[in-house]
Design a protein around this ligand. Structure first.
Ligand SMILES: Nc1nc2c(c(=O)[nH]1)N[C@H]1C(S)=C(S)[C@@H](COP(=O)(O)O)O[C@H]1N2
Ligand SMILES: [Mo]
Length: 395
């Protein structure tokens, strides 16, 4: 990408993001947040001054908000530390990337999406046809199942999507009664061999899972056509599922039955999507949905009435029912306590929380969140996956 184009893109996208962000909170959300920020629990910081932000320890610097590498090893990490409740969208130009566009991808050739297999009426869809079916599908979060502390957990972003509902495409293709699942595949041949990933991107979904998740073939993100790295001209989005199921450069939709063997992508991601072993058949896979999770994104150091106080800001995402009691622990010195300022209004995209903290002594603290309700499944969170730590030198 040349500098001029990049600059134009950034300016345009920035503008869009600020317009979007202004409209992103519904009136109801805005009032709730305004209340939460003015009432009670944020008062510990009233009249105070923010001195600095504390870096998370054991997280080496990596490029944030900038794409690097090529093809299967290409990445962009989103800087989540800048998010605020008033501006909770990640800029489109910084939406994380996991696998950059293949050098073998021919963007001159008209793109087609074939719908065949167990269908009464095979389809051969053009991008224009998908665009005609496109509807606004709302704000949705995407998280890579391999999102990691080494990337400051920056493989997670939100966008405002436009797409063609998969259910509608299947209906148009008259899918046969014996079809139980759907194989969705994308272009995934690359010029260079990856150091860590296998080529071949496809996933098999149970029909009812695709329908209940309201999966769609995305053609635009934040009002702009998809970029090459995000799967242009068309990619799958399955709200609530890990990114590995959200196939980019989609070219084939195939209704299948229960005898289908799991794809190499499903097998590669079996551990990260919390399967039991690596099942051979697609029907034996649990949905690759994102469990309830939470983590701090920023720790601020404040001076309030001559005293040092810390304000921990974090997000909560995933899961399928709203959490009422979220707890935080600053290990090894302290026990779990309820998070001060927290209200989850939706599972997708994320919600914010803040917590005032006055450490008793200086040292290294590991910060962990915990959902108190026993019926909420939070396997990664409970395993300590989203743990972050800070060094406190001043109290
Ligand atoms: N064709 C193709 N689709 C793909 C992948 C890929 O390597 N090839 N990676 C998947 C993974 S692991 C993730 S997390 C998401 C990332 O989408 P993004 O790069 O737009 O954030 O795309 C998914 N779709
Ligand atoms: Mo991923």
């Amino acid at each position: 990408m040349n500098g001029h184009f990049k600059e134009k893109l950034n300016r345009r996208e920035l503008l869009q993001v600020s317009v979007l962000a202004a409209g992103a909170l519904t009136g109801f959300d805005k009032i709730r947040w305004a209340e939460a920020y003015q009432n009670g629990k944020t008062q510990p910081f009233q009249g105070g001054r923010k001195l600095s932000e504390i870096d998370f320890t054991e997280e080496v610097p990596v490029p944030m908000g900038k794409a690097f590498g090529m093809e299967l090893d290409g990445r962009m990490y989103t800087d989540l530390s800048k998010l605020t409740p008033e501006n909770r969208l990640t800029p489109a130009a910084e939406f994380y990337i996991r696998t950059r566009a293949s050098k073998l991808l021919d963007s001159q050739k008209p793109w087609r999406v074939q719908v065949n297999g167990l269908v009464g009426r095979p389809l051969d869809l053009s991008v224009a046809e998908l665009e005609r079916m496109g509807i606004p599908t709302g704000l949705h979060l995407m998280e890579c199942a391999g999102n990691a502390r080494s990337a400051h957990f920056g493989m997670m972003s939100i966008a405002k999507w436009t797409g063609a509902p998969v259910a509608e495409i299947l209906e148009n293709a008259n899918i046969r009664p014996e079809a139980t699942s759907v194989l969705i595949s994308g272009f995934d041949r690359h010029a260079t061999k990856s150091v860590s990933s296998l080529p071949g991107a496809s996933w098999i979904f149970r029909l009812e899972e695709l329908k209940s998740a309201q999966a769609f073939l995305a053609i635009a993100m934040d009002g702009e056509p998809l970029t090459r790295d995000h799967g242009a001209p068309v990619r799958l989005v399955v709200p609530g599922w890990y990114g590995c199921a959200c196939i980019k450069w989609v070219n084939r939709i195939t209704p299948v039955n229960d005898s289908e063997v799991a794809t190499s992508q499903m097998q590669e991601y079996a551990a990260r999507t919390l399967q039991l072993g690596v099942p051979q058949f697609a029907k034996d896979y649990q949905p690759a949905t994102i469990d309830q999770a939470a983590m701090p994104i920023r720790v601020e150091k404040w001076l309030v009435n001559g005293r040092i106080k810390y304000r921990v800001v974090g997000i909560l995402w995933g899961g399928s029912c709203l959490v009422k009691s979220l707890e935080i622990r600053f290990d090894p010195e302290e026990d779990y306590v309820p998070v001060d300022n927290f209200q989850q209004t939706t599972n997708d995209p994320w919600s914010f929380w803040t917590h005032a903290w006055e450490p008793k002594r200086s040292g290294t603290y590991m910060i962990r969140l915990h959902v108190k309700e026993p019926h909420v499944v939070a396997r990664r969170l409970d395993a300590g996956y989203y743990l972050r730590s800070v060094d406190i030198t001043e109290i």
